[in-house]
Design a binder for this molecule. Structure first.
Ligand code: ARG
Length: 267
């Protein structure tokens, strides 16, 4: 038995040597590829594949059949700094981390909050935004603060931090939706009492839908970062350098300002 295990180990080592040591295992065609100029290892040569869930304005959403938004633009700017071509893959939010760990995608950029639990599975870059969870209710709701949520039915997007917080409130029944917007629709048709979601998409949804408001008390302070496979420390470093230069040049602020008006982001 021992022998078998060590043979397997040697086999695995040999394989990873052939694959140039670690990196993400690639889906299908390419080997773990190093882009010539940049020397960065991504799953497909010359490309930076971004996993996201494009149901989250203003960070990622569809304009026609194109995914736009703050994350899409930041990722495009980072890819440019790295000399890579950005490719966006839209998927369920709770599939993003697996896409990154399996090497199907190189990065997850989805207004993703850094949490200790997620850090067990992926590495995060430096943060690029602060955020908070807020509560949306109907304008005539008797719910005036998060404290009033006890024993209520709360809608969230599956697998988000809102999902986690809702589950922590005493007596709350959590309704999980694939899209945050579906939770909002449910609230509008009085199927649920409130929605817990990130503040910026909450603002967009409340603006676009009649009869809703955001409670003034915020739930949390969170930080968004880009998720990368744990063994690709080089990519994390390169992205951090790119983010840093985007912060210094003012490009990052410029992207954010395009999607969030100044008095909003100052809150
Ligand atoms: N910030 C929250 C989280 O990380 C929600 C993110 C949802 N993002 C999305 N693209 N749907 O859990």
């Amino acid at each position: 038995m021992k022998k078998l295990v060590s043979m397997l180990l040697i086999g695995t080592m040999a394989l990873s040597l052939i694959g140039c040591g670690g990196g993400s295992s690639s889906s299908g065609s390419g080997d773990s590829a190093a882009s010539e100029e940049s020397g960065i290892k991504t799953s497909q040569e010359g490309k930076l594949i971004m996993a996201t869930n494009a149901e989250f304005p203003p960070y990622e959403y569809y304009e026609g059949d194109e995914v736009v938004g703050i994350d899409a633009e930041i990722a495009a700017a980072v890819a440019e700094e790295l000399g890579l071509e950005l490719q966006i893959e839209d998927m369920a939010f709770d599939a993003i981390i697996t896409a990154v760990t399996s090497g199907k995608a190189d990065i997850g950029a989805a207004g993703m909050t850094v949490t200790p639990d997620r850090e067990k599975n992926v590495a995060f870059t430096d943060t690029y935004a602060t955020a908070s969870q807020v509560v949306i209710v109907t304008e005539d709701s008797e719910i005036a603060s998060p404290d009033d949520l006890t024993d209520k039915t709360v809608g969230v997007q599956l697998g988000t931090t809102g999902d986690i917080y809702a589950g922590d409130i005493e007596g709350v029944t959590v309704e999980r939706y694939n899209k945050g917007f579906e939770a909002v629709q449910s609230l509008q048709s009085a199927k649920i009492d409130a929605v817990i979601i990130d503040e910026q998409p909450a603002k967009v949804f409340v603006e676009q839908n009649e009869g809703l408001k955001i409670l003034p008390d915020k739930f949390t302070e969170e930080e968004y970062a880009i998720a990368v496979a744990k063994d690709n420390t080089e990519l994390v470093e390169k992205i951090n350098e790119a983010l840093d230069s985007l912060k210094k040049s003012g490009k990052l602020d410029e992207i954010v300002a395009k999607y969030i008006s100044a008095d909003d982001s100052a809150e």
